[in-house]
Design a protein around this ligand. Structure first.
Ligand code: NA7
Length: 544
């Protein structure tokens, strides 16, 4: 006999923890399951050296517990992985949520049945659970991208993906190779350069990375934060990026060349990739000339910082600055990413000039015949993002249609980043076409929307409420997302995981809502105020 719950919440990260808190508050019997051994979601698995959030500490947390905001400490302007994990554990203990959680428990399949209006979920250990609501907080980035490179299984050394880093594994004194120079690769490289014997960075695309600007939190800074929490979160909710900084309202074209330089320099010093893109001028992400202005500034910085001209040449990007607004990692000695390449033991291999031919027992062989000898090969190669987390699980909605099939032609889609027609009572947090912003505030917006919607359905739906988005609403929302992205250079570049371009064969399409945090929240609020427009009338009755 299957255990019965009001809601099964999959994932014990930022989304799942807040969902559990919110749904138990409205009286639902909930169970959180996670395949991990404990809470943390992304932050449970990503134990690689240098792992940190690229959002500033004060806005990389929940806003709904003011007392905790006032008191919970953070040491530096950026939270590192152990601190994020400790914070999430703390929230779970503080709100006594652990009793509703089961770990080492993977959702294997989920099937909706119209007979009883319930989700029937199979989990590891040949167990079954049954619930009115299925809420997935699977994370944007959890299915690992492990590119297949000839000869990988012949490598004699250690091989690790950053998202499955063994606890306490150390690279100190070893000959290390890193494949991938995205956010993760940049963080790893910045952190380990000074500890390893050699570090060989296999780079496919060079990056526009700006310093993080990390520093210690002083008592004055913390006092200022504590006095301003309300204003801080007001700004977060009424911004595009939800990163907490003031977004620029000035066009690049309205500034003199001298003023442009001053603004870029100022923001370079303050640090943060998103600040550099959205805090300098309001058209860096949309106007090719403004974008190139930012690119040129960063290229000049690379020339100034990196002493070896050949390394500098390889490290300088020439694409549009719209693949990723990268932020450096944070070496504990204060060094930046590009400074690592002034170390004689840190090498850069341009894979466009000399692609990897194969992995051999002793290391990586590139097309120029060089064998890069390694003890450790690190894959910082990212994720099968967004739908990758869903399509690996067998989720079947109405009439046995799988989510994978529902997305086969359109690519991953949703209504409001939350619901899919044909999948009643299923809610996705961080689902396809959710807001492309700092994640905790976007998660909060979704959790609050879902909770209110469920509360309303519980009032009108009897024992078996049904909440289902219409296909028309999903289509209209998709068109809206495409229109919003149309002017973005990200959309034009389409050359990253955001569009599915990082994995061969993956459908190229928009996976986010690019209208910004404020507009996204407004959209959710309008839907609710309109009696949940875009959903079939909330109903249900007595079944099962
Ligand atoms: P990303 O941003 O997808 O970066 C992955 C990196 O791995 C990137 O540099 C890729 O090169 C590189 N890559 C991927 N496949 C290959 C192969 N086959 N050969 C060589 N190099 C490869 O993932 P991250 O983990 O860094 O960051 C994901 C998000 O986490 C980030 O946006 C933040 O929000 C946090 P490319 O440059 O694409 O050519």
């Amino acid at each position: 006999m299957a255990e019965s719950f009001d809601a099964i919440i999959v994932g014990a990260g930022f989304s799942g923890i807040y969902t559990l808190h919110a749904l138990t508050k409205i009286g639902l019997k909930c169970l959180v399951i996670d395949q991990a051994g404990d809470v943390g979601g992304t932050w449970y698995w990503n134990l690689y050296p240098g792992a940190m959030s690229d959002t500033e500490s004060y806005v990389y947390r929940y806003s709904w517990d003011k007392e905790d905001l006032m008191n919970y400490p953070f040491k530096e302007h950026y939270v590192k992985q152990p601190e994020v994990l400790a914070y999430l554990e703390h929230v779970v203990e503080r709100h006594d949520l652990r009793k509703h959680m089961r770990f080492n428990t993977q959702m294997l399949s989920a099937n909706w049945t119209d007979e009883d209006h319930r989700w029937h979920i199979a989990v590891t250990g040949d167990k079954k659970v049954r619930a009115k609501y299925l809420i997935t907080g699977l994370g944007l980035l959890s299915a690992k991208n492990f590119p297949s490179i000839p000869g990988l299984n012949t490598f004699k050394g250690d091989l690790h993906h950053t998202a499955a880093w063994p606890k306490d594994y150390s690279v100190t004194g070893k000959r290390v190779g890193v494949i991938g120079c995205g956010s993760t690769g940049v963080q790893v490289i910045t952190e380990i350069g000074r500890h390893v014997e050699t570090l060989t960075c296999f780079q496919r695309h060079p990056q526009y990375s700006v310093p993080s600007g990390d520093q210690k939190v002083t008592p004055e800074y913390r006092a200022w934060i504590n006095e301003n929490w309300d204003d801080i979160f007001y700004r977060v909710r009424h911004s595009i990026t939800a990163f907490g900084f003031k977004e620029s309202e000035q066009s690049y074209h309205d500034a003199s060349p001298k003023e442009r330089l001053r603004v870029f320099e100022d923001n370079w010093k303050k640090g943060n990739g998103f600040r550099f893109m959205f805090g300098t001028f309001n058209d860096i992400a949309t106007d090719p000339e403004a974008n190139e202005g930012a690119c040129e500034f960063i290229r000049n910085k690379i020339d100034q910082i990196v002493k070896d001209p050949e390394k500098a040449r390889k490290l300088k990007p020439h694409d549009v600055y719209a693949r990723r607004p990268l932020c450096d990692g944070n070496a504990s000695n204060g060094e930046t990413y590009f400074e690592q390449f002034n170390r004689p033991n840190v090498h850069i291999v341009d894979l466009k000039e000399t692609p990897i031919e194969r992995v051999e027992a002793e290391g990586v062989r590139t097309s120029d015949g060089t064998l890069h000898e390694l003890d450790v090969l690190i894959f910082a190669t990212g994720f099968d993002a967004v739908e990758g987390n869903y399509t690996r699980i067998l989720i079947h909605g109405r009439d046995g249609v799988s989510l994978k099939d529902a997305w086969a032609d359109s690519g991953p889609t949703s209504y409001l980043g939350v619901c899919m027609p044909g999948f009643p009572n299923m809610f996705m947090e961080n689902g396809p076409k959710g807001a492309f912003t700092n994640q905790p505030p976007a998660i909060e917006a979704q959790v609050e929307f879902i909770t209110d919607l469920i509360a309303q359905a519980e009032k009108v739906g009897g024992e078996a409420p049904v909440i289902e988005a219409t296909s028309e609403a999903e289509r209209e929302y998709s068109v809206l997302c495409e229109n919003l992205a149309a002017n973005s250079l990200f959309w034009k570049a389409q050359d990253n995981w955001i569009f599915g371009a990082n994995i061969p064969g993956k459908k190229r399409c928009l996976r986010f809502y690019f209208g910004g945090m404020q507009a996204y929240r407004e959209r959710l609020a309008e839907c609710a105020a309109d009696g949940y427009a875009g959903f079939k009338p909330l109903g249900g009755g007595v079944v099962g």
